[in-house]
Design a protein around this ligand. Structure first.
Ligand code: ADP
Ligand code: MG
Ligand code: MG
Length: 252
C-alpha cells in the first residue's frame, strides 16, 4: 500500500513585491484507500498545496518534504510525478484546443503505462467510464474542456481518474459550481474509483456539501497556510454549523 507523506512543508509564491510565504508548515500523511478532506476559507493556501504536490513551477518549496513511498517527490518533474501515481484535478481545468477527449486520454494512458492500451479493451473502458459519468458518447470527439460546462469538466476529470488509475488524486474544489445532480454523479464516480482501485484522495473543498456524498476518513481544517485542526467526519458537521470564524479569530 502506497503512502504520500508531507512534512513541515513551507512554500512561497513569486509576486511583484518578491516572494510571499503561503504554506507555513503543513504535515499530512495519506495512505492509499483513504479519503482526506482539506477544508478552509478562500485564500488559505489550499490550491497552493495542490499545485505544489503536482509540481507547478510557480511555487517554491522553501523547506519540508513530500515523499511517495519514501521517494522524494520534490525532485521529480511533473511527468515523473504522474508516472509515480499522482494526479491533480485542477480547480480551473484548462482547455486544450485541437485535442479531442479521446486522443487526450489515450495519449495520457500510453505515456503513463509506457505502451498503448489494447484498442478493444480501451474503447470498452472509455465508453464504460463515460456512461457511468452520464456523458454523451459524442463527448469523446470534442476538444478537451473547450466549451464544456463546469459540470462537464469535472465529469471528464473523473473519467481521467478511472482510466489513468493513479495512486493518489488531489481534487481541488471539484464541487465548485456543480448543481446537485452533477455533484452526485461526480461524487459517486470518486467513490467508485476509490473502491475499485484503492485510490487515496486529497479532497480540497470550501464547502461541506460534497462531504454528504463522499465520506472522508479524515478532515483537516486549513487556515493561514497550515492545518489548524484535524478530526473525523464529525468535524465537517461542526464546520457546517460554525464556519471558519473560530479559527480565523484564533490566528488573527
Ligand atoms: P485557496 O485555494 O485556499 O483559496 P490559494 O492557494 O489559491 O488559496 O492562495 C493562497 C494565497 O496566495 C492567497 O492569499 C492568494 O491571494 C495568494 N496568491 C495566489 N496567487 C498569487 C499571486 N500571483 N500573487 C500574490 N498572491 C497570490
Ligand atoms: Mg480560492
Ligand atoms: Mg483554491
Amino acid at each position: 500500500m502506497a503512502t504520500l507523506t508531507i512534512k513541515d512543508l513551507h512554500v512561497s509564491i513569486e509576486t511583484d513585491q518578491g516572494p510571499k510565504p503561503i504554506l507555513r508548515g503543513v504535515d499530512l500523511t495519506i495512505n492509499q484507500g483513504e479519503i482526506h478532506a482539506i477544508m478552509g476559507p478562500n485564500g488559505s493556501g489550499k490550491s497552493t498545496l495542490a499545485y505544489t504536490i503536482a509540481g507547478h513551477p510557480r511555487y517554491t518549496v522553501d523547506s519540508g518534504s513530500i515523499e511517495l513511498d519514501g521517494e522524494n517527490v520534490l525532485e521529480m518533474s511533473v511527468d515523473e510525478r504522474a508516472k509515480a501515481g499522482l494526479f491533480l484535478a485542477m480547480q480551473y481545468p484548462v482547455e486544450i484546443p485541437g485535442v479531442t477527449v479521446s486522443n487526450f486520454l489515450r495519449t495520457a494512458k500510453t505515456a503513463l503505462d509506457g505502451e498503448a492500451p489494447p484498442v478493444r479493451t480501451w474503447i470498452k473502458d472509455l465508453r464504460g467510464s463515460m456512461d457511468a459519468m452520464q456523458m454523451d458518447k459524442t463527448f469523446a470527439e470534442r476538444n478537451v474542456n473547450e466549451g464544456f460546462s463546469g459540470g462537464e469538466k469535472k465529469r471528464h476529470e473523473i473519467v481521467q481518474l478511472e482510466l489513468l488509475k493513479p495512486k493518489f488524486a488531489v481534487l481541488d474544489e471539484t464541487d465548485s459550481g456543480l448543481d446537485v445532480d452533477a455533484l452526485k454523479v461526480v461524487s459517486e464516480g470518486v467513490n467508485r474509483v476509490k473502491e475499485s482501485t484503492g485510490l487515496g484522495v486529497l479532497l480540497i473543498t470550501h464547502y461541506t456539501r460534497i462531504l454528504r456524498y463522499i465520506t472522508p476518513d479524515f478532515v483537516h481544517v486549513f487556515v493561514d497556510g497550515k492545518i489548524a485542526e484535524e478530526g473525523g467526519p464529525e468535524l465537517a458537521d461542526r464546520l457546517e454549523d460554525e464556519g471558519y470564524v473560530r479559527y480565523q479569530q484564533a490566528t488573527a
